[in-house]
Design a binder for this molecule. Sequence first.
Ligand code: PEP
Length: 252
Amino acid sequence: MAKKIVAGNWKMNKNLQEGIELAQGLKDALAADKPNCEVIICTPFIHLAKVSDLLDHKTIKLGAENCADKASGAYTGEVSAEMVKSTGAEYVILGHSERREYYNETPAILKEKVDLALANGLKVIFCIGESLKQREANEQEAVCKAELEGSVFHLSAEQFANIVIAYEPIWAIGTGKTATAEQAEEIHSYIRSVIAKKYGDKVAADTSILYGGSCKASNAPELFAKPDIDGGLIGGASLKVADFKGIIDAWK
Ligand code: PEP
């Protein structure tokens, strides 16, 4: 069965001191009230080492928001998968629509990043999802399938066990517009069927497929009640302990 997960994506928010305060606050809140799911926080690179030191990794896992598509060397400003792993992080988000759109990350580049992340022992939260234009043209299934084929379907079944999928309709990210639970379930179920076709029913059933896009404490219970929604990737609502904890509590 797929693991239930709530993962935060801080994006480019919080300076070091603010990030430590947020991580400490979440640690305290979850020590007092144990979560019923795996909790992950994905932070900017600069927070990773310090936040790693303060976390109880049994209760809160740590992830990065990106890594380089090269292993090491003369790539000024880049941070490698090996470096991410050395901080104590277990996860890395790859394929986020903001990276695809603003930093021109193509399926081929993402494939390199996925390979390097896995080779360095990181698990990958791989994001897929359609734009509003694509949704209006009813292309969401084709888009999601192509994004999987372009960057993760070259993996062996054994490697694919380290991939978490995050379905994030671009039109719902940071806009306050959430996909309805029915809309999300429909595409999640399709994504699972595509994984089943490629890797078989067992791998598909074991793959966590998260929903992302304006998920909050108020809509998380309805979304997470759907059979193919295994949790959420949370942007804005991961930046305050109470908001994020409210979503984590949806698994109770
Ligand atoms: C995201 O960007 O991963 C995300 C889901 O953002 P938000 O929750 O703010 O819509």
